[in-house]
Design a protein around this ligand. Structure first.
Ligand code: GAR
Length: 194
């Protein structure tokens, strides 16, 4: 669990791999006067991630990291975290697996958003699989990250109805709207609970 020890604003590092709409949304929410968190660092697993543009737009430090080299990653990340006094890590469309070592080191401080009602549909193609299985609902989940994929303790979930005419694309778009509401809510919840 996070120990805030009187910190006024929690410094958050957001990890992305692509578009970054959850990142942009978290940044916008952090601008709210009452926000208890600040997005202080953007880490991307790819130099091609279009979400990197938000670093420039909002004047936030960014770092592209090669997640295939474990020892280098940890060294690079730890240095960047120290500089920015990072308290919490939010994975937002981050498509790499973090090392067990790294997860252990930040135990209880890494959050992830996943586009399904976990524990159902861990992994990829969640909407497609939910539709194929004729589920009535899909949704999204914010959870703590542990060493098993999409399996950490759930913080908040939101259900989204699946309609007969839905495709994976139309469902993903409706779920994304709920993701944008859920992630800041979950982040504020864990901050307020401490
Ligand atoms: C979001 O739908 C997020 O839930 C999902 O990727 C999308 C990223 O969108 N994450 C995963 O599938 C993680 N396994 P964004 O880059 O626009 O935030």
């Amino acid at each position: 669990m996070i120990k805030l020890n009187g910190i006024k604003k929690v410094n958050v590092a957001v990890f992305i791999s692509g578009r970054g709409s959850n990142l942009e949304n978290l940044i916008k929410c952090s601008k709210n006067k009452k926000s208890k968190f600040k997005i202080s660092l953007i880490i991307s697993s790819s130099s091609k991630a279009s979400g990197l543009k938000f670093a420039k737009k909002f004047n936030i430090k960014r770092k592209v990291i090669n997640f295939n080299n474990n020892t280098l990653i940890e060294k690079n990340l730890l240095m960047a975290f120290k500089k920015k006094h990072i308290n919490i890590i939010c994975l937002a469309g981050f498509m790499k697996i973090l090392s067990k070592n790294f997860i252990k080191r930040f135990d209880g401080k890494i959050l992830n958003i996943h586009p399904s009602l976990l524990p159902k549909y861990k992994g990829l193609n969640t909407h497609f699989r939910a539709i194929q299985n004729k589920e009535s609902y899909s949704g999204c989940t914010v959870h703590y990250v542990n060493s098993k994929l999409d399996s950490g303790k759930i913080i908040l979930q939101k259900r989204v109805k699946i309609f007969k005419k839905d495709t994976a694309k139309s469902l993903a778009a409706r779920v994304l709207i709920q993701e944008h509401a859920l992630y800041p809510k979950a982040l504020n919840k864990i901050i307020n609970d401490h």
